[in-house]
Write a protein that binds this ligand. Sequence first.
Ligand SMILES: CC(C)(COP(=O)(O)OP(=O)(O)OC[C@H]1O[C@@H](n2cnc3c(N)ncnc32)[C@H](O)[C@@H]1OP(=O)(O)O)[C@@H](O)C(=O)NCCC(=O)NCCS
Length: 148
Amino acid sequence: MVDLEIREIGDGDADAVASLWERCGLTRPWNDPRADIVFAHASDNAAILGGWIGTALTASVMVGHDGHRGTVYYVSVDPEQQGAGLGRALMDAAESWLRERGVWKLNLMVRASNQSVIDFYRSLGYETEERVNMSKWLDPSRRPDRKD
Ligand SMILES: CC(C)(COP(=O)(O)OP(=O)(O)OC[C@H]1O[C@@H](n2cnc3c(N)ncnc32)[C@H](O)[C@@H]1OP(=O)(O)O)[C@@H](O)C(=O)NCCC(=O)NCCS
């Protein structure tokens, strides 16, 4: 596997992170990734970990906890580097970040139609739990037409 250096992103990395998420198909027209990056970066309970190959930001994950469970969002590996173990290394780092903060369970969401990503998480030891995922827009003005 190539040498991936994983560390928390710095203030100047937001554009590179947003660009990576776009290349990985994780952004939506109605959702500004930079606002998500600023919000997580400023939080004590969340971080965005980046994975660099040399100076190239090649992978990233937003990890955080709510005082009870941990979660991850925006798990991403540059399309040109996928399938080489970087996603596993990134998730290992996110799990360590949570363990270091006393969190003992990670819950994550995947669209039911995204079978390849479900298979990725399964190979990392994640199990499907029968739950209904519910949500409410606390600021209705931010609600897009679509619900995802
Ligand atoms: C999902 C993603 C992060 C995986 O990263 P990756 O670097 O390609 O994954 P890895 O090479 O580390 O694979 C880790 C394990 O998952 C398995 N895996 C990965 N993709 C798989 C697939 N499509 N089907 C079956 N298994 C898969 C690998 O075989 C490997 O298992 P092994 O270590 O036992 O051999 C990457 O494909 C990606 O960025 N996708 C686009 C963004 C996305 O959809 N993110 C998820 C948002 S919820």
